[in-house]
Design a protein around this ligand. Sequence first.
Ligand code: SAM
Length: 247
Amino acid sequence: MSETSTHFGFDEIPESEKAGRVRGIFGSVAARYDVMNDAMSLGIHRIWKDAMMDWLAPRAGQRLLDVAGGTGDIAFRFLDRAGQGHATVLDITEPMLIEGRKRAEAGAMADSLDWVVGDAMALPFADNSFDAYTISFGIRNMTRPQEALDEAYRVLRPGGRLMVLEFSQIPNEMLQTVYDLYSFHIIPRLGQAIANDRDSYQYLVESIRRFPDQEAFLDMVRAAGFGNARYRNLSLGIACLHSGWKL
Ligand code: SAM
């Protein structure tokens, strides 16, 4: 019997290969990841991450699980806003976590932070463990995103909050065409020039194009069991925040 396939950017590959290839990409870009984020988005990813925190509104004493947390951008912001709390950063690519731990914020916040290597689709945590679950530009890379959402629901405590930040689709054909030109022609070249790695950034733009649109992803959030599920577009829908509650 042939194995189930999944997409990897615009390619179709066996499901069993995807996590390894995603790890390969982020392992190779880890050292340049933060610089590239600023270059490709002209710093706008920072505004989107701040918008995620505005909507999440962290409170003192909360426990956050930041999945696909990479170099810690979300966890640092969460702890900064909560004042006092705890954040666990989980990622499948250890070199991303290693880069995160080198950052100045990681040293200053060390007592409130854990860094865990693990898979979003099989979280190494007990049921009902966290007040908030965030995932920023991570779920698009999952082999089975619905399983990651199911896991988010399991590890959140009743009353806990899910917040997903991800690239999305611009609901305007003309703007989408302009954005596609930028994505497919500029971003891979920037990847080549800054990180000497065109292929990883070609994967990035292809995976963005393949990801479900706002409404389709909202259905997935609901299917995982989340109540009061909503979304807000950021920058005309280039990115989007989805929120849901474990009621
Ligand atoms: N959250 C960070 C941010 O917003 O800057 C990093 C996002 S980075 C684009 C995507 C991250 O997802 C990578 O660090 C990658 O290793 C991680 N990732 C991909 N698949 C994963 C999985 N199945 N479980 C956990 N992390 C995963």
